[in-house]
Design a protein around this ligand. Structure first.
Ligand SMILES: CC(=O)N[C@H]1[C@@H](OP(=O)(O)OP(=O)(O)OC[C@H]2O[C@@H](n3ccc(=O)[nH]c3=O)[C@H](O)[C@@H]2O)O[C@H](CO)[C@@H](O)[C@@H]1O
Length: 360
């Protein structure tokens, strides 16, 4: 069988797609997967390294744009639609899965026009514009959080969870925690890094001076901020491994006693799968403030704590870190509650539903 996985742009859309692709290929040596995305998305950088084929189409978003840009964007989507028809004719997939991001729209709609079975997966508590529209034109909608159910047709929507890459699932079983008197913190700001989170950490360091010898920090900054953040740690004499992107998230989660991060949906799914205590700092400008909703789904179950950006100061962040460092029982509770929310079989459920054509 052949499957097209369309969409991406950011890691939060792409990585669940990769988890589904791995599961689909594991089912039969005859199965084939083709990804479809844009040259600007993270897919163009990552998929070739992983050995996946990627076809590029033209697409861009429209939300929040002026009239001229909207017209240009509509033109790109139309062109993307005709490119998608060509890809579908050549690859002849049995089904198409849109994983969100604007690149999924042209191909899912072209699949509809050609009578090819098509599905979408929504990672967030509040769906993005692309998926809200596509939900009406697909055979099945897979959701990750119950909060998004009401945005899609009831009869074709299935709660599966958010697929997690196998290396992260396996890493969870092999995780290594800090030994002795050290405390490991993993800081990352979603797939692109987050300048505001980076600054907050640097601002927190003076308030953590009393424990700085115990801290082992791994900090992902995003491409543009690595040098500044590295210099910030050095200036304050705090040991930290500063990276622009972390390729091996499994090891990074495994080693962490505490995670400090944004609240992208795929991050949230991984935190639950790995059972990590977490301080979430939602990105306040994500569409419809969906990161806050994502974080709340854990915070309301005492499976994480949240600091909103409007309340974020170095001092506040340091206070939370110290509280969790000094009260391991609080952290252990959070870990247990996070793990209870994990849905570890999302990739299997999605592939099973697509292959059998039935909701299971
Ligand atoms: C600003 C914005 O709108 N971001 C959205 C985007 O976030 P973003 O792309 O940041 O996605 P998530 O936070 O959900 O996931 C990040 C993914 O990147 C991986 N990772 C991250 C850092 C790193 O160095 N290495 C690495 O591999 C993580 O393990 C995870 O798999 O898509 C998510 C899923 O639709 C949304 O919930 C987010 O709101």
């Amino acid at each position: 069988m052949r499957l097209i996985i369309a969409g991406g742009g950011t890691g939060g859309h792409l990585f669940p797609g990769i988890a589904v692709a791995d599961e689909f290929l594991a089912r039969s040596p005859e199965n084939e997967v083709l990804f479809v995305g844009t040259e600007r998305g993270i897919e163009a950088r990552l998929l070739p390294k992983l050995g996946y084929k990627l076809a590029l189409i033209s697409a861009s978003g429209m939300k929040g744009m002026g009239t001229v840009k909207k017209i240009m964007s509509a033109g790109r989507l139309l062109y993307g639609y005709s490119q998608s028809r060509k890809i579908l004719k050549e690859f002849r997939p049995d089904f198409v899965l849109g994983v969100g991001g604007y690149a999924s729209a042209p191909i899912v709609l072209a699949a509809r026009g050609m009578g090819i079975r098509r599905f979408i997966h929504e990672q967030n508590a509040l769906p993005g514009l692309t998926n809200k529209v596509l939900g009406r034109f697909v055979d099945g909608v897979f959701i990750s959080m119950p909060e998004s159910e009401s945005f899609f047709p009831k009869e074709s929507t299935q709660m599966t969870g958010n697929p997690i890459r196998k290396e992260i699932l396996w890493g969870f079983q092999e995780r290594v925690r800090s030994v002795g008197d050290t405390f490991s913190i993993l800081v990352f700001g979603g797939s692109a890094g987050a300048q505001r989170v980076n600054s907050a950490l640097l601002e927190a360091l003076p308030h953590l001076a009393g424990v700085k010898g115990k801290l082992r920090i791994t900090h992902q900054t995003g491409e543009k901020d690595a040098a500044r953040v590295r210099a910030g740690y050095q200036a304050q004499g705090v040991q930290a491994q500063v990276l622009s992107f972390i390729d091996d998230m499994s090891a990074a989660y495994g080693a962490a006693d505490l995670v400090i991060c944004r609240a992208g949906a795929t991050t949230i799914a991984e935190i639950t799968a790995c059972g990590k205590g977490c301080i979430f700092i939602p990105f306040p400008y994500a569409a419809d403030d969906h990161q806050r909703r994502n974080a709340e789904s854990l915070v309301h179950k005492n499976a994480g704590v949240m600091i909103l950006e409007e309340d974020l100061t170095g001092e506040r962040l340091a206070e939370k870190i110290l509280e969790l460092m000094e009260h391991p029982a609080l952290l252990a509770d959070m870990e247990k509650n996070a793990r209870a929310l994990a849905q570890l079989d999302a990739a299997q459920a999605i592939v099973a539903a697509m292959v059998t054509g039935s909701r299971d």
